[in-house]
Write a protein that binds this ligand. Sequence first.
Ligand SMILES: C[S@@+](CC[C@H](N)C(=O)[O-])C[C@H]1O[C@@H](n2cnc3c(N)ncnc32)[C@H](O)[C@@H]1O
Length: 294
Amino acid sequence: MMKTQSVDTAIDAKSFEAIAQLAYSESGLQLAAEKMSMIQSRLRHRLRALDIPNFENYSAFVCSEDGRHERRHMISALTTNVSHFFREKHHFDVLQKCVVNDFLPRLRSGDRVRIWSAGCSNGQEALSIAMSLLEAVPDIDEMDIRILATDIDANVVQFAKAATYPDRLISGIPEELLQKYFSRKREKEETVFCANSKLLNLVRFNELNLLSKWPMKQSMDVIFCRNVVIYFDTETQNRLWPRFHQILNPNGYLFLGHSERIADPQASGFETDGPTTYRPMNSANQTSSASKGK
Ligand SMILES: C[S@@+](CC[C@H](N)C(=O)[O-])C[C@H]1O[C@@H](n2cnc3c(N)ncnc32)[C@H](O)[C@@H]1O
């Protein structure tokens, strides 16, 4: 029988530096030196899974050509996936107003509407969007409206696709909505809540690294990118804003997390429209600021 080697759990500074650089170039994640012991504990199970005895060997492997597959596991272990239903509820209120005032007339005239949950984690954000849409317009799922939900972490995308939530992950869903959109069942001796097809038909979950090329052909009407860029440095954030601007419809919305801001919204063509809410500057605004500069 093969003996599993014991893991020398301490991460040395050189290995940490190599892993931090790799995480940054692969995913934009910034791993501060103060987080060294957290990184160590998050990656320890990867060393065990690969039967690698220390971080020196692990960092050499994960940075090598052969470590390509392991990089995905490493990023998955390093990302923070905390999320909950109806987190920062004010954005869902804005969304519902937008559904009634803007989307519905457009959908009824045959237009399509696309919403993107970028950095969707376990799917709570995308399903909260779906519930908000259906609560605003109960037959909206029969119209051309879809939610694209993406994340770099393959594990959370797989979890989101299964859409089965244990008790501890459903906080935030009002009881009435839980009854309406989820079915309750027993699984492995615990009660779980499965999202129903009315919700799931509205959402597509996919893996996507925000730093890579985006395959989407259609423009977006709303982008939720909340509690994601907080892990990126300013340079990475500043490269992202113009890309969001480019893919967003002129009347669209970009929602960020409570502690995230676009440092210079105008520079990337956005204007603030409420707390952590941005909209593309309209052409009238752009003309007026341009003429002010003359
Ligand atoms: C804290 S969760 C936020 C989830 C949800 N948006 C919310 O606000 O509750 C951050 C998510 O961003 C994802 N993430 C981090 N870097 C990413 C990248 N480069 N591309 C796509 N997703 C990324 C992580 O995997 C994680 O699931």
